[in-house]
Design a protein around this ligand. Structure first.
Ligand code: GAL
Length: 677
């Protein structure tokens, strides 16, 4: 679904630098003035100024206010909002309001409403109720985007475009089915090729006419996995086509204003590798769960992904919550200092902007109990005090603005592989891709080793270590590139159930992982999920042991050395972890899912092979260390006060104080250390 290019190749696009120039780090949030009478707006802007807010996102859900009935336009209120913000020096991230069509659209044109896989139409009354392939939705959305862009092109407050909101709509309606068929025709050309790719000799699924093909709707039993995989690809592309159509209108009218849409981290329905190059700024919404003990590492992984999606460029944390959200069953508040800790974690990992959902807490609607920068109780509150203090201290971090976060380790992640992996009918439903990524990421994070995420086709030559927690689906070229990478001196770690299928989702026959067998110097013949109540015992060569879970494989060494074995049952003494020196490099294969101590040890060994060390030689548990530009960030996510020895005297930019041999970090403390001359 190619859109037309809007910029000549080589023309530099505006980006984060366009926004941070003269402003420094961005600080603000979603602002929904349409929920409040106008006299409140003046107070908002005064309080924003006092809090150091310099960017607000406006208009995300304002379609009904701008177009109260089909074809009408009321921009007068938005004019006043933008003028008010502009005169206060607050930049506006202006949203196209297309994430939430007004009820008139679904009422008059029910085919704009999305249909789920059971054929049920999803109604208006919440948000996101549109079908990305609906011609009426498309036409009406582009019309309002055109008028919005025409109206605000050149407005001094306009700094950034925010297209839609958190794209992720999936639709199974007839319009979607027609668009899916068009997408399939482009992919396969003819029905024979499609039938072969989908393996339709299985269960008599042969298609004899394009019109027989529908989206993978609810069926009596397990639906064709390749049909579903292609539908996932199509759904991501269909949304992208819509995003591009809106973006092109904006770019044409305001070529110097950057465009973004807000991502959601490891969000399954949308392939962000294909989306990110279509944005000028990569932005993300991220809501760590205060009840999740793994949240600091999970968050670091997410931030590293977002930075990597933008090729290492500074990114924007578009939404986070100042405290509790309202959409989990039981919503813990963030303890004092957590808002600051999490926000600075994003800066440390490459964000040049920290925004919240939302500025003023809603008094009505589905999010009336979601925390906000300005709570219902007003400015004289602990949350608002924290917001203000944080907004003020961000001014001290100018030295990091625009600087990169260097990484020597890459972790591969691929959306189509994720989609294919998690289809039904596999050896175990307990293999969960984000969980696998986090398992392999954690020991690196704990050791202060910064990681970039990369797609399998990326150029990996700049990395000393490449970790592949799970790449179930892999194409021949990418497998060959990984092999070359190792031969050329790289170190590769491959997790279980990788290299299983080709891009169609067909199992590669022969011993597994067929396309990586040579580089790994090992191969397997049977995947053997383990009973959940029986931990799998494994042993390193020196006799020490570790525990693994859920998954084992019957593999043998074919040139690799066996560095750990299973100790019990049918697999006793067979390889659990293998290491293969080949060419100039080393390849590791992990035929199980080790618990953290086992993966920790394996990580230490792989890092040694790669000659990679963390940013500090030793880190107390819970302390995150990451270097960004000239600054070393240390963040204490642990519950106790710790001391961290330092290699050189530095200044903590956040306080302006010098620190010498060591720094003491209370729980939730952060330092941003800039070396003293
Ligand atoms: C985001 C969304 C916001 C708001 C927020 C609440 O997913 O973009 O509009 O709903 O969640 O946490």
């Amino acid at each position: 679904m190619a859109g037309r290019p809007t910029t000549a190749p080589g023309t530099p696009r505006p980006g984060m630098h366009t926004l941070t120039a003269g402003r420094g780090l961005l600080f603000g949030g979603d602002y929904n003035p349409e929920q409040w009478p106008e006299h409140v707006w003046d107070e908002d802007v005064e309080l924003m100024k006092a809090a150091g807010v310099n960017l607000v996102t406006v208009g995300v859900f304002s379609w009904g206010r701008i177009e109260p009935e089909p074809g009408a336009r009321d921009f007068t209120w938005l004019d006043r909002v933008l003028d008010l913000l502009g005169s206060a020096g607050i930049a506006v991230d202006l949203a196209t309001p297309t994430a939430s069509p007004p009820p008139w659209m679904g009422h008059r044109w029910p085919r704009t409403l999305p249909v789920d896989e059971s054929g049920h139409r999803l109604w208006y009354g919440a948000r996101n109720q549109f079908c990305p392939s609906s011609p009426v939705y498309r036409e009406r959305a582009l019309a309002i985007v055109t008028d919005l862009a025409d109206r605000y092109a050149g407005h001094p407050a306009l700094a950034l475009w925010h297209v839609g909101n958190e794209y992720g709509q999936i639709c199974h309606c007839d319009d979607s089915a027609a668009a899916f068929r068009a997408w399939l025709r482009e992919r396969y050309g003819d029905l024979d090729t499609l039938n072969e790719a989908w393996g339709t000799t299985f269960w008599s699924q042969h298609y004899s006419d394009w019109d027989e093909i529908v989206t993978p709707r609810r069926a009596p039993y397990i639906v064709n996995p390749t049909q579903r995989l292609d539908f996932a690809r199509f759904s991501s592309d269909a949304l992208l086509a819509h995003y591009r159509a809106e973006r092109d209108i904006l770019r044409e009218r305001t070529p110097d204003t950057p465009v973004t849409t807000n991502f959601m981290g490891l969000f399954k329905p949308v392939d962000y590798w294909s989306w990110a190059p279509e944005e000028d700024i990569v932005s993300n919404d991220w809501y760590p769960d205060p009840a999740d003990p793994l949240s600091p590492a999970r968050t670091a992984l997410t931030h590293d992904l977002i930075r990597s999606l933008g090729g290492g460029r500074p990114w924007l944390l578009m939404e986070q919550s100042p405290s509790a959200v309202n959409w989990r069953p039981h919503n813990l508040p963030k303890p004092a200092g957590q808002l600051r800790l999490e926000s600075l974690q994003a800066v440390a990992r490459g964000a040049d902007g920290l925004c919240y959902f939302q500025w003023r807490a809603s008094a009505f609607g589905s999010e009336r109990f979601h925390a906000a920068m300005l709570p219902h109780a007003g400015p004289d509150t602990r949350i608002h005090a924290e917001v203000r203090a944080h907004g003020a201290e961000l001014r001290r971090l100018d030295p990091v603005v625009g600087t990169p976060v260097p990484a020597k380790v890459a972790m591969l992640h691929d959306w189509p592989s994720w989609w294919a992996l998690e289809e039904r009918g596999r050896p175990s439903d307990r293999l969960d891709l984000p969980d696998q990524l986090l398992r392999f990421y954690r020991p690196l994070w704990e050791r202060g080793v910064t990681v970039d995420l990369a797609r399998p086709s990326a150029d990996l030559t700049g990395y000393a270590l490449v970790v592949v927690p799970n790449l179930y689906l892999i194409d021949d070229r990418d497998a060959a590139a990984l092999t070359e990478y190792v031969r050329g001196g790289g170190v590769l770690v491959v997790g279980p159930f990788s290299g299983v299928t080709d891009p169609r989702g067909h199992v590669r026959t022969g011993r597994f992982p067929a396309p990586l067998r040579e580089v790994l110097g090992a191969s397997g013949e049977e995947w053997m999920p383990a009973p959940e109540d029986r931990p799998v015992r494994c042993r390193w060569a020196d006799g020490t042991g570790f525990t693994a879970r859920t998954w084992t494989e019957l593999v043998r060494a074919e040139g690799a050395g066996t560095v750990a074995t299973f100790t019990e049952g049918d697999l006793a003494d067979r390889p659990a972890v293998l290491r293969h020196e080949t060419g100039e490099g080393v390849a590791w294969y992990v035929a199980t899912i080790p618990e953290p101590e086992g993966l920790g040890e394996l990580t230490v060994r792989a890092l040694a092979d790669a000659g990679v060390t963390g940013v500090l030689p030793e880190l107390p548990p819970g302390v995150e260390a990451v270097r960004r530009g000239p600054v070393l960030f240390l963040l204490n996510h642990g519950a106790g006060t710790v001391e961290v020895p330092l290699p050189q005297p530095s200044e903590d930019l956040l306080t302006g104080s010098p620190v010498h041999d060591r720094v003491t970090l209370a729980p939730r403390a952060v330092v941003a250390l800039s070396p003293l001359p």
